[in-house]
Design a protein around this ligand. Sequence first.
Ligand SMILES: Nc1nc2c(ncn2[C@@H]2O[C@H](COP(=O)(O)OP(=O)(O)OP(=O)(O)O)[C@@H](O)[C@H]2O)c(=O)[nH]1
Ligand SMILES: [Mg+2]
Length: 369
Amino acid sequence: MFKKLFGRSKKGEDEDQKQPQNQAEAEDEEVEKEENNTDTGGVFNRLETHNPDELEDEDTSETEDEGGFFSRLKDGLSKTRNSFVSQVQNLFTGRSSIDEELYEELEEILIQADVGVHTTMGLVDELRTIAEEEGIKDPSKLHNVFKEQLEDILDRGADDVYDNHRLTILMVVGVNGVGKTTTIGKIALRAKQNSQDVLLAAGDTFRAGAIEQLEAWGTEVGVDIISHEAGADSAAVAYDAVQAAKARDKDLLVVDTAGRLHTQDNLMEELKKVHRIIDREAEDARVEVLLVLDATTGQNAISQAEMFDKAVDVDGIALTKLDGTAKGGIILAVKEELGIPVKLIGVGEDVEDLQDFEPDAFIDALFAE
Ligand SMILES: Nc1nc2c(ncn2[C@@H]2O[C@H](COP(=O)(O)OP(=O)(O)OP(=O)(O)O)[C@@H](O)[C@H]2O)c(=O)[nH]1
Ligand SMILES: [Mg+2]
């Protein structure tokens, strides 16, 4: 079912606005981040079913919209469905009994589909155990158990808690080319459609044209953007953006970051610094780090995630370009091996192709006839 992204309520009126402080202070002192443990929700939390009245296109009925959402998802996953999923289907339907060969072939298919060795072994071992314990002899019955296993993995750790923070700050990280800036543009548009007041920060000051690219999104979506000159300190951009978001009473600040610097060490150090400044200046705002991973990069995505998580504690993942790969099994590896929730998926280049990750719909689209 299609649910709202960023569908939280508008802020309360009770708190004072902090005036911007001296930017020079931004650098050194490490202030303890105040953990707000009572609030377990996040920026992507879903709270209500989709309300068609809030869409830009007033004529869109819920059914039509749901169809659009699902068919986009289905289309976006067609490469994976046509290879990985159909191989799995053939495997289970093409034989009359369950034997060791079936498990071995399943292992091969899963590993080829980027599910990852560890997750594959876990899945297949569990399947074997269930088949033995429940005395399953019919391969098609085992096929259903397998689908349930996939859904279980994808469902794990999904949080549905309402977030009522005043300001949410989303720091978007990932290596170059994975789709960070595009994803930010799409997020901004969707948030705006949900009546949220959005601010963007052009934190990628390194790559030529990066600032202009974000500015173009800002103009297209109609949201403000904070930027400095190319080559400027991106922590200073983040600092100014957080101050501006607070002063202008924004609901959502999305901070773009560089995907490449002179060296990877530099990149991680810079991201740590930006994260530190955001955390320090955020006060009672909610800060989330969103890691963008490109589904077409396969297992490499897993090592990227480990690297970024070590540096900046990733809260959620946006898995882009699922439409560009036949190996959509990567989403299982991401879920199982990282323990970081997948919040968003990209199934195409259009704005509507950035979707909340919904495990049930995902599995349905994957196994759709
Ligand atoms: N097919 C497809 N293309 C996508 C998706 N998401 C992003 N892209 C494309 O990926 C390309 C790179 O996107 P950017 O947003 O510029 O990537 P970036 O991570 O900001 O890159 P750097 O700024 O160089 O670090 C663009 O051509 C996007 O249109 C998706 O879900 N599917
Ligand atoms: Mg970018």
